[in-house]
Design a protein around this ligand. Structure first.
Ligand code: NDP
Length: 338
């Protein structure tokens, strides 16, 4: 049973060598009377928050630390091989928290969802139909209170969450601009996801000036995925009563000391509403979300781009790649197709 373990807590940017592929020896048989399940892991999701779990997390936090020497855990899709639990049977497909290994014995079944619709690719349950999809949906509709015709700006816009937020905003009739870190991604935003405008933030020496170019009248909604310098520039360009939904701050996850934000006074002057959120608080709307998303996907109203790395051994490079923007779309690791 091949596994990807964390070797030790990480400081700075994570490296492939912070993880190791090993041959695990854990027993995969259900004990007599066990309510657990044995699964074959099919797809793993690479998500930016995983870096936070690679450090020693102290105090109350949404996340717990990984244990050095043990496999990483994260979202993924798996197939049930054996079950001692009445809600799961052999052959069921599930998504939820799984381990970075070929096979797992799972005893904590809370947070596992049964996959009922298999006319879409199974990998979609790591992204558009899984945790990042729900993040985009809840973060945009529930946190931003969008209205038709509003001016929306999205950072890390071609990624798992951003590409969906931009398309939701277009469906709502908003004017949408995204930023991403390469020409290929900017082309995707314009040509595949239907953003009105897009730019490469790495080519802009003056982010404030760039935002003034795209939003001469200001921004109504900023969907925040990165933080740092981008947030400072956005604050200068928000309209009065604008909304900022703080989804993530990926530019800060590898820094020992997070960067300070200079322009917070804009929150007061412009009466901005800035709200952080955690997707777990919205799991109750998952069924409603599925009812909306499945038709969108089947009817081609929402496009979706994923970047699939093949083989468990490609996992560490795929995960580390999130922090340099190597991924084009949702980063997935394929372990087995079925
Ligand atoms: P992505 O698929 O967008 O991958 C991460 C991307 O972030 C990279 O491709 C890169 O794109 C960009 N990036 C990396 N480092 C930097 C940097 N220093 N400055 C600017 N951009 C950077 O990830 P997701 O869509 O999965 O996640 C997006 C955000 O949403 C993250 O911050 C994540 O933590 C957050 N999140 C929050 C949740 C919540 O419950 N609040 C749930 C899920 C995600 P590029 O090439 O454009 O730079």
């Amino acid at each position: 049973n091949k596994q990807v373990i964390l070797k030790d807590y990480v400081t700075g940017f994570p490296k492939e060598s912070d993880m190791q592929l090993i041959n695990g020896t854990m027993k995969l048989k259900l004990q007599e009377g066990s309510h657990g399940i044995v699964v074959k892991n099919l797809y793993l999701s690479c998500d930016p928050y995983m870096r936070i779990r690679m450090t020693r997390v102290e105090g109350p936090n949404v996340f717990t630390s990984y244990t050095p020497g043990s496999p990483l855990t994260g979202f993924g899709v798996a197939k049930v091989l054996d079950s001692g639990h009445p809600n799961f049977k052999k052959g069921d497909l599930i998504w939820g928290t799984i381990s970075w290994e070929e096979y797992s014995l799972i005893t904590e079944l809370e947070g596992l969802f049964k996959i009922k619709h298999t006319d879409v690719p199974l990998s979609y349950y790591t992204g558009i139909l899984g945790m990042p999809g729900l993040t985009a949906y809840a973060g945009f509709y529930e946190v931003c209170s969008p209205k038709k015709g509003e001016y929306v700006f999205i950072s890390a816009a071609s990624g798992a969450v951003g590409q969906l937020v931009g398309q939701f905003a277009k469906l709502m009739g908003c004017y949408v601009v995204g930023t991403a870190g390469s020409k290929e991604k900017v082309d995707l935003l314009r040509n595949k996801f239907g953003f009105d405008e897009a730019f490469n933030y790495k080519e802009e020496t003056d982010l404030d000036g760039a935002l003034k170019r795209y939003f001469p009248e200001g921004i109504d909604i900023y969907f925040e995925n990165v933080g740092g310098k981008m947030l400072d520039a956005v604050l200068l360009n928000m309209k009065d009563h604008g909304r900022i939904s703080v989804c993530g701050l990926v530019s800060q996850y590898n820094l020992d000391q997070p960067e300070g934000v200079q322009n917070l006074m804009c929150l007061i002057y412009k009466r901005i509403h800035m709200k952080g959120f955690v997707v777990f608080d919205y799991y109750n709307i998952y069924p409603k979300f599925l009812d909306v998303m499945l038709p969108y996907i089947r009817e081609g109203k929402i496009m979706y781009v994923e970047d699939i790395a093949e083989g468990l051994e490609s996992g560490p490079a795929a995960l580390v790649g999130l922090y340099s923007g190597r991924n084009v779309g949702k980063q997935v690791v394929l372990i087995a197709r079925d």
